[in-house]
Design a protein around this ligand. Sequence first.
Ligand SMILES: C[S@@+](CC[C@H](N)C(=O)[O-])C[C@H]1O[C@@H](n2cnc3c(N)ncnc32)[C@H](O)[C@@H]1O
Length: 481
Amino acid sequence: MTNRLHYADNLDALRAHVADESVDLVYLDPPFNSNANYNILFKSPAGLAADSQIEAFEDSWHWNNAAEDAFEQVMRSGHPRAFDLLRAMRSFLGENDMMAYLSMMAIRLIELHRVLKPTGSLYLHCDPTASHYLKLLLDGVFDKANFRNEIIWCYRKWSVAQGQFVRNHDVILFYSRKEGSQIFHTLYGEPSPGTMKRWGGKRQRAVFENGVRKAASTEDAARSPLADWWDISILNPNSKERLGYPTQKPLALLERIIAASSNPGDLVLDPFCGCGTAIHAAEKLGRRWIGIDITHLAISLIERRMKDAFPGVQFTVEGTPKDLASALDLAERDKYQFQWWAVAMIDGVPLDGKKKGADGGIDGVIYFKPDGKRSEKALISVKGGHHVGVQMIRDLHSAMEREKAPIGVFVTAALPTGPMLREAAAVGRFTDEWGRGWPRLQIITLAELFRGVRPAIPFADPLVALRRARREETSRQDAFF
Ligand SMILES: C[S@@+](CC[C@H](N)C(=O)[O-])C[C@H]1O[C@@H](n2cnc3c(N)ncnc32)[C@H](O)[C@@H]1O
């Protein structure tokens, strides 16, 4: 089985593409029901334009038909204990955002339980607003005997809290699929400064018998078994790891989970994979992997992250349009995801089309340096509809004038009309430092995109604005514990 990324709702992808008892380790970091919307920050080249933000995903759930449907699916799922708990929560909480979130999580936890091998484990990353409800749900789906740890990931983050302590931790709930059968490697950490002092500054191995520590031996191994609270820094704004995706988790956290609960060659699944931290850590530690995310922005970001960090890495991407018919289908189903996909196809940076009037019909930008120094931009306009007309070309031309963009790219599902082609040609040519001419307003059809046609732009800098992942030195195999 090859490594795979799925652009899909994880419930659909799990049901259609992940077999029973086929996965060794699941890590999931679902949106927390914090009622926040998360933006990806795309940095512009210095001096060219303000940085742009684009809404990556919404972190809010509402009680609606979809939530009611998820609730009913849990009822029919053959997990009566999970349903009993969910029903009790509904009578306690009522029909609100939290209940919608829990219903949506319950049906997905049931699928994740199905795909785990008997030797497998699941780590659910959440925060204290929902961790107590989620633990009950996990007890219902996995059985309380399979609860292994509540891991507290603590970090330092400057924030203010009125009338309470600052909340500076996340909760990671660790369950095994079958008690006593799970793959688990004890990890070791540094002894505390107090212990080191007692040991006279010498590193020693602590020896345990029936869970009780005996007198330390004199080995200089510096190892004490890792406890269930982990002090790992969050990614600060200047961190080299940071890619600009909101809620990105540190690699060190995921490496620890994967090293503890899987073996090299095992299959790791992240059904809410965001910018792919779990996938990156899995590849680094020589595991196979599956990542699923519902937004195309995340999937295109991971594709690049993996290629940057692991040149030559092998994986497939499922669910993104592979031909004209599937591209048209995406355009019909979701206008914004279609625009993001089309912009990524031509190595552009997406703009947030959802914000009314913010971009004047511009869906993305390609930055380029015609003289190798000065940054210019090409504006992208994407149209997925069946009807296009000459006014759309005029609109793109006016946006180019307004934004002082030498080039405009019009991507269209429908064939352009004769007047559109004439209007585009009339915009003229852009001449670079070397006297080469480039059409200023270029029209590309979806069919041409699939034939490999790309905009003609001098020295385009693909996705210049996204932070790039650093290349990993080697594929390490549990080297660090
Ligand atoms: C908190 S982020 C995950 C961040 C990730 N752990 C990382 O380090 O980058 C949650 C992700 O879940 C995705 N998501 C939300 N609902 C989903 C669904 N039903 N199916 C698949 N992905 C979903 C969002 O698009 C978002 O990227």
